[in-house]
Design a protein around this ligand. Structure first.
Ligand SMILES: Nc1nc2c(ncn2[C@@H]2O[C@H](COP(=O)(O)OP(=O)(O)OP(=O)(O)O)[C@@H](O)[C@H]2O)c(=O)[nH]1
Ligand SMILES: [Mg+2]
Length: 614
């Protein structure tokens, strides 16, 4: 007996923590086995950031039933992957934070699940939070279901009140939960067993991809019908209309390996039958949405659309003065090979060559999606530069220019509402909805061009004194919103190479927020800080104090310096302007001007002004 379940939710609502507790309580670990928290978030970046980046399969056994579980990422950039995963399960567990309630990503994944006809189980999670209001959130979830035109059966979803952290679930708030038994029971009762006939001809949809150096491409999906064995000759059908494939060339090959999932392991198996989720290798041409079938009955399943990228950046070989100091892989060839290798499993990514062999355009679903690729590359020893992100525009039916729009949701204390609205206006945000969930805070939902959000997060945090929460996700393509104002403040640009001196920063910091600290190395054209006024300024951050007769030493002892702003990759992507680049190396993230020499830059700026005016 099998059940296939995906856990879906907005980011941080507690999916991975819950999977942890399910694994534990179902006995997936040995009694004395030491297992880290959120063990499914297994890659280093996931652990560091505390978010799930890649969906992962696992399985537990409960009272004789195998429950395949897919833990999915909650961040909006990965919504497309969640959508694909829904094709390999027969039920979903929707987690909703008992204080935050349904958020944009809850709405997105719930809509997809309901549209596929999946019956949900709802877990109002984190009921241990001091500000939890499970009953209010219960109503909000029902409201969301109605909004999304759920069927009667879907509206009958069982509701559980859970604490992932404590590992408890209950159907009745007056009876505090003691374990996850009610959750396991709900899964057995409400997730239908997979329907496929194990005796029919083999058929399976590729729902997600994996890759290993030994096996090459690996397809993961649910076997829809029949069974498959290692060594079987099977067909892999190209994307196309569902139904019997008669007059297209079909690739045939042997299955080299089959795995099923169990706890934290993949189990090497010889045969898998309909209903189970399997990882299958043997074809280098595996792609999301293709169908595996028996050779005799090549019957295609409806494919899966992979979401289109919405933003692009250029990856450029590092040509700054410090190029090659930190990185192991720095040449255009190495950069190119690495980028193309990423396509093996990162299906929503696009990589295109440009006129220059040193530059590749890389397109993805958002700043996090691209930022994670950059972070992984620098950890592997790559060094490169990245341009400012551009939105990917499209042409509408009448040839008009369209650009991506996002749905932005902000939770802010009432007193900061005005300030936030004031900033969002010029960014062309349109208020769609405003709610007062209580406790002095306001939730506002906007429609805003994706461009309008560039650089907004840091402003938002400043304007709400760090108390606001914001989330955005792709909504649709809409008409081009026209020019938007760029960064309000100019930057300080280092005017020479050298080592940063505290004395120099001491003189600058009244008019600026520095990005560098004493001892850092800078070069001409590198961005050293943000000015408090518009317009860029060339500065000497390496200037030593003049020695005078009065004091014999040039010591910096008595200069009190503000700590420099921490420049993360995502921050940098949001921050930089068109005439700037991010230099990414294993050790540093630097911002620089494209044109390094001050004179050349001023000439270029003058030429641009003349061109603008004419
Ligand atoms: N108070 C409380 N905190 C919880 C509970 N469950 C999870 N958390 C905390 O919420 C944070 C996010 O938990 P995760 O399990 O990583 O959430 P997630 O839904 O997997 O997040 P993404 O995969 O990034 O979408 C962590 O700090 C958890 O410790 C809970 O039941 N109660
Ligand atoms: Mg997670």
């Amino acid at each position: 007996m099998i059940r296939n379940l995906a856990i879906i939710a907005h980011v941080d609502h507690g999916k991975t923590t819950l999977v942890d507790k399910m694994l534990r309580q179902a006995g997936a670990f040995r009694a004395n086995q030491l297992v880290e928290e959120r063990v499914m978030d297994s890659n280093p970046l996931e652990r560091e950031r505390g978010i799930t980046i890649l969906a992962k399969n696992t399985a537990v056994h409960w009272h004789g039933t195998k429950i395949n579980i897919v833990d999915t990422p909650g961040h909006a950039d990965f919504g497309g992957e969640v959508e694909r995963i829904l094709r390999m399960v027969d039920g979903v567990l929707i987690l909703v934070d008992a204080a935050e309630g349904p958020m944009p990503q809850t709405r997105f994944v719930t809509r997809k699940a309901l549209a596929l006809g999946l019956n949900p189980i709802v877990a109002i999670n984190k009921i241990d939070r001091a500000d939890a209001e499970p009953l209010r959130v219960h109503d909000e979830v029902l409201g969301l279901f109605i909004d999304l035109e759920a069927t009667h059966e879907q509206l009958d979803a069982p509701f559980l009140y859970t604490s992932s952290r404590a590992g408890t679930a209950t159907t009745d708030l007056d009876q505090p939960g003691t374990d996850l038994l009610p959750l396991f029971q709900a899964i057995l009762d409400h997730v239908p067993p997979p329907k496929g006939d194990p005796e029919g001809p083999f058929q399976m949809l590729v729902s997600t991809l994996d890759h290993s150096t030994f096996l090459g491409r690996i397809a993961i999906g649910r076997i829809e019908r029949g069974r498959v064995r290692v060594g079987d000759q099977v067909a892999l059908l190209p994307l196309g209309e569902p139904g019997l494939v008669t007059d297209e060339p079909v690739e045939r090959n042997r299955v080299t390996k089959l795995f099923t999932f169990d706890g934290l392991h993949r189990i090497d198996v010889n045969e898998v039958a309909a209903g189970d989720i399997v990882a299958l290798s043997g074809f280098e041409t595996i792609e999301i949405g293709k169908t595996f079938t028996s050779v005799e009955q090549p019957e295609r399943l409806a494919g899966i659309a992979v979401e289109e990228p919405t933003i692009s950046v250029d990856f450029i070989v590092n040509n700054g003065p410090f190029a090659g100091r930190d990185g192991k892989f720095v040449t255009s060839r190495q950069l190119r090979d690495r980028l193309f290798r990423e396509l093996e499993r990162n299906v929503a990514l696009r990589v295109e060559p440009t006129d220059s062999p040193d530059t590749h355009t890389v397109s993805g679903r958002g700043e996090l999606h691209l930022g994670i690729l950059m972070e992984n590359m620098r950890r592997e020893g790559y060094e490169f530069q990245v341009s400012r992100p551009r939105v990917i525009t499209k042409l509408g039916l009448d040839g008009e220019r369209l650009e991506p729009y996002e749905e932005l949701t902000v939770d802010v204390p009432e007193e900061h509402m005005g300030g936030v609205m004031e900033k969002l206006g010029p960014r062309r945000a349109e208020l769609i909805e405003m709610k007062n969930p209580g406790q002095g805070s306001v939730r506002m939902t906007f429609r805003i061009p994706a461009r309008g959000l560039f650089g907004y997060r840091s402003e938002f945090l400043t304007d709400t004194r760090g108390t606001g929460i914001m989330h955005h996700r792709f909504l649709d393509y809409g008409s081009w919103a026209g020019p938007l104002a760029g960064r309000k403040r100019g930057v300080l640009v280092a005017d020479r190479e050298g080592s940063v001196v505290a004395y120099a920063l001491g003189n600058l910091q009244e008019r600026a927020q520095m990005f560098v600290a004493p001892g850092d190395l800078v070069y001409e054209g590198m961005v050293a800080g943000e000015s408090s006024r518009p317009g860029d300024m060339d500065v000497n951050v390496t200037k030593e104090k003049k020695l005078t007769n009065m004091r014999a030493s040039g010591s910096d002892d008595n200069i009190l310096l503000e700590p420099p702003r921490d420049i993360t990759l995502e921050y940098a992507l949001e921050y930089i302007e068109e005439d700037e680049l991010i230099e990414v190396t294993p050790k540093s993230i630097r911002l620089r001007k494209r044109v390094l020499h001050g004179n050349d830059r001023r000439k270029a700026a003058r030429a641009a002004r003349v061109a603008d005016a004419s």
